[in-house]
Design a protein around this ligand. Structure first.
Ligand SMILES: [Zn+2]
Length: 107
């Protein structure tokens, strides 16, 4: 049985903070990667995935990745990233709402 509790975030939550919390990255090809490290660089985030990719992304909450993460459009987990089941489980119990949930302001 699943132990993960439902977790709610605001839709408008700061995208960098959200990534830093969830540690998952949805690629354009629909694969969910595990974030090994993430560093803020102005309006960008430098992300390194567990499978060894480095890239800079714009941390806009209106970006493709932000929408994909909120809507859970990434349909498979990266094998090389070896995302643990508990993390995927936690993400599957994570929801985004307009007027309800954490804004991650004090973390
Ligand atoms: Zn990966």
């Amino acid at each position: 049985m699943s132990k993960a509790k439902k977790k709610y975030y605001r839709k408008r939550v700061d995208f960098f903070r959200l990534l830093n919390k969830i540690k998952l990255w949805p690629s354009r090809s629909g694969v969910l990667h595990g974030i090994k490290s993430i560093e803020q660089k102005g309006p960008y985030a430098a992300i390194t995935t567990h499978c060894g990719h480095d890239f800079l992304v714009l941390t806009s909450k209106n970006s493709r990745a932000a929408r994909w993460l909120r809507n859970k459009w990434a349909y498979k987990a990266c094998r090389s990233c070896r995302i643990p089941d508990w993390k995927l489980e936690k993400y599957s119990k994570t929801f985004f709402a307009q007027h309800y949930g954490s804004q991650l302001n004090d973390e």
